[in-house]
Design a protein around this ligand. Structure first.
Ligand code: SAH
Length: 213
C-alpha cells in the first residue's frame, strides 16, 4: 500500500478545493487531508483519486465525492466517542473519515461483494469500525441504538422511519432524499416524537436500494 509525497501533495490541493467550496470544520478538513483516498479506488481511476468527484467502485457503486463526504460529516457534528451509524459502507472512505474523527462507527452495506472487500481493507489501513454489517440499511441497527448521528450515503426515495426512531434526543440524521436528484436533509431529534427538519441543497447519489439482489 503506497502513499507517496505526490499523493500527499494532491491531497493538500484537494483540501483547498473543498475549503473553497465552503467546508470550514478543521477536523473534517484534516481527515480528508490524511486519508489516502487513492487506496479506496479501483486501479483504473487512481490518477483521478484527488479530484473532487465521485468515481465507480465495485458492484456498480460509487465512492462519494470528497466535498459531499465533508459536507455530510460536517452536518453530523462529531465529537470524540460519538456513536454513528452509516448506511452504505461502499468503499469505506466515509467510514474512514468518521473513524478519523474519533467516532464509534457502525456501518451497513447491502452488497456482499463490497461488504467483504471493505471489511478486509479498512483494518489494513488501521481503521476499526465497531461493526461492519452485511444487511439492509432501511431497518437501521436497532440492537446498538440510540445513535448520536446517522448518515445515509445513498439517495433515499423516502425517509426510513426506523432511522428516525434510532436517534438519541439531540441526535442527527443526515440523509439525501429524492429519486433522480436528492435534497440533503437533516433531522434533529428534539423529543420522543419531535424532529426538526432542515434542507441543504441538491446532491446526486446512487440509489438506496430496497431489495437485495
Ligand atoms: N460511503 C460510501 C458510498 C458508497 S455509494 C463510500 O464512501 O464509498 C452507496 C452505498 O450504499 C453502496 O455501496 C450501496 O451498495 C449501498 N446501499 C444501497 N442500498 C443500501 C441499503 N438498503 N442498505 C445498505 N447499503 C445500501
Amino acid at each position: 500500500m503506497n502513499d507517496t509525497f505526490k499523493h500527499q501533495g494532491l491531497r493538500k490541493k484537494l483540501v483547498k478545493v473543498i475549503k473553497n467550496k465552503g467546508i470550514t470544520d478543521e477536523a473534517v478538513l484534516n481527515a480528508i487531508g490524511k486519508i489516502p483516498r487513492h487506496l479506496f479506488m479501483d486501479s483504473g481511476f487512481l490518477d483521478h483519486a484527488y479530484q473532487d468527484k465521485a468515481f465507480p467502485i465495485a458492484a456498480n457503486q460509487t465512492i462519494s465525492q470528497p466535498y459531499t463526504v465533508a459536507f455530510q460529516t460536517e452536518l453530523l457534528n462529531i465529537k470524540q466517542g460519538s456513536k454513528i451509524l452509516e448506511i452504505g459502507t461502499g468503499s469505506g472512505y466515509q467510514t474512514a473519515v468518521l473513524c478519523e474523527l474519533g467516532a464509534k462507527v457502525y456501518s451497513i452495506e447491502r452488497q456482499n461483494e463490497l461488504f467483504k472487500k471493505t471489511s478486509k481493507f479498512l483494518p489494513k489501513l488501521g481503521y476499526r469500525a465497531k461493526k461492519l454489517i452485511f444487511g439492509d440499511g432501511y431497518i437501521g441497527l436497532k440492537e446498538e441504538a440510540p445513535y448520536d448521528g446517522i448518515i445515509v450515503t445513498a439517495g433515499a426515495p423516502f425517509v426510513p422511519k426506523p432511522l428516525l426512531s434510532q436517534l438519541k434526543i439531540g441526535g442527527r440524521l443526515v440523509i439525501p432524499v429524492g429519486d433522480d436528484v436528492q435534497v440533503m436533509t437533516m433531522f434533529t431529534r428534539k423529543g420522543h416524537k419531535e424532529f426538526e427538519k432542515e434542507e441543504f441543497g441538491e446532491f446526486r447519489f446512487v440509489p438506496l436500494l430496497e431489495d437485495k439482489n
